[in-house]
Design a binder for this molecule. Structure first.
Ligand SMILES: *Cc1c(COP(=O)(O)O)cnc(C)c1O
Length: 426
């Protein structure tokens, strides 16, 4: 199946007489005839459901659809993108370990890594995605367990050179994890470029309608854990909490996701509700159509902004001349995303004034969905960061993040035109 078809048909194949739509199995619990039957599930000796904190059929149908779209071997849904980022790393790194991460990542991911996971004893080295080979090499340590980057960084719109970082990660015997939220599998499939694990905030384009918070993790199944068994004892030595099962031996290409489900979901419980997964699935059905429209609209808006005298700069990897245009052409020849960033002449104050005058585009701590929305990262999502940290992540203090929706592009442009005009008055 092609990606457009997978959006509709992937993950769930009803049998004779079964419901056409993914059923909402809104049940915490599942019934068994004997304790022995249930015991097999607890021992991971049989597949099945017993308690929705670990797994639920609705969730699994939708995870299977996203897995198919990304071209992975196994996948799972989480209650948020943050939970997906956390699980993706914590599944293979623990106290005393180290991770190499791009500086150009979502602010929430940066806080998670730099503050919260450091408190758990996991060390991070942040590297500029355009660092030299020597700098990248120097970032790795003997206890490095993963490399983490974002296809198109939110909000800096820096395109990550997935192939380059995959090679570096593999040369050091560790997997590359890519947050593919902004590109979506419609525009980029990081696994095809060597990424081992892909994460999503499904809250953004996958859901696409401001409706549900969620996350996903997809494993390519390509990383050979047993070949680096000394680095990944959690996957390559027996798990006492499951009677001595060794994930990499017993589950093959599903080892990473099985471990994340059986250990992390069991213990931490960041599971999405089946109802939310049902709504996420509805969103994904139109993903390919929406993404095409987001990109067409964003291209028109970016070109308008570039020609506007009140705009000091425009960042959009789909614009010829953009610093990341070539990389975007390589990884995302069909389009990048619907998010643009730009500066307003007059700096931070003019940007805030302009935003006050927008009528269609709403100010929202959100991005990447059907409704056009706008945000000033330095005073909202990224306000915990120092100016140096902001600039290292590609976020200028006067930068406006503009998420182009799927309304008529002319309405979005007219709204921007009048607000930019009004911003001259300060
Ligand atoms: C929003 C976002 C996240 C966090 O996802 P939540 O669903 O809000 O928890 C992670 N990565 C990227 C790129 C995001 O845009």
């Amino acid at each position: 199946m092609r990606k457009e078809t997978k959006c509709i048909e992937g993950g769930y194949n009803p049998k004779n007489g079964e419901p056409r739509m993914v059923p909402i199995i809104q049940s915490t619990t599942f019934k068994y005839d004997t304790s022995a039957d249930m015991g097999k599930l607890f021992d991971l000796e049989a597949n099945g459901y017993f308690y929705t904190r670990l797994q639920n059929p609705t969730n699994d149908y939708v995870a299977a659809k996203i897995t198919a779209l990304e071209g992975g071997a196994a996948g799972m849904l989480t209650s948020s993108g943050q939970a997906a980022s956390f699980f993706s790393v914590f599944n293979i790194a623990s106290a005393g370990d180290h991770v190499v991460a791009s500086t150009a990542i979502y602010g929430g991911t940066y806080n998670l890594f730099h503050v919260t996971m450091r408190k758990m004893g996991i060390d991070f080295t942040f590297v500029d995605p355009e660092c030299s080979d020597e700098e990248l090499e120097a970032a790795f340590k003997p206890n490095t367990k993963a490399v983490f980057g974002e296809t198109i960084a939110n909000p800096a719109l820096i395109v990550f050179d997935i192939e380059r970082f995959a090679k570096a990660a593999h040369a050091h015997g560790v997997p590359l994890i890519i947050d593919n939220t902004f590109a979506t599998p419609i525009n980029c499939r990081p696994i095809e470029w060597g990424a081992d694990i892909v994460t999503h905030s499904t809250t953004k384009y996958l859901d696409g309608h401001d409706a549900t918070v969620g996350g996903a993790i997809v494993d390519s199944g390509n990383f050979d854990w047993l070949a680096h068994a000394d680095k990944f004892p959690g996957l390559c030595t027996p798990d006492d909490s499951y009677h001595g099962i060794t994930y990499a031996e017993k589950f093959g290409k599903a080892a990473y996701i099985t471990k994340a489900t059986a250990q992390l979901m069991r213990d931490i419980g960041a599971i999405p509700s089946p109802m939310n997964c049902y709504m996420l699935n509805l969103g994904i059905e139109s993903l390919a159509v929406r993404i095409k429209r987001h990109c067409e609209n964003a291209q028109k808006v970016a070109e308008f902004l570039q020609a506007n005298e009140n705009v000091s700069y425009v960042t959009y990897p789909g614009l010829p001349g953009d610093k990341y245009y070539e990389l975007a052409q390589k990884y995302m020849p069909d389009g990048t995303c619907g998010v643009i960033s730009f500066g307003v002449k007059g700096g931070r104050k003019a940007a805030e004034e302009m935003m006050k005058h927008l009528k269609l585009a709403i100010i929202a701590t959100h991005v990447a969905d059907a409704h056009t929305c706008v945000l000033h990262p330095a005073s909202s999502t990224h306000r915990q960061m120092t100016d140096e940290e902001l600039l290292a992540g590609g976020v200028k203090p006067d930068m406006v993040r503009f998420s182009v929706g799927i309304e008529n592009a002319d309405d979005i442009i007219e709204d921007l035109a009048q607000a930019l005009e009004a911003s001259k008055n300060i």
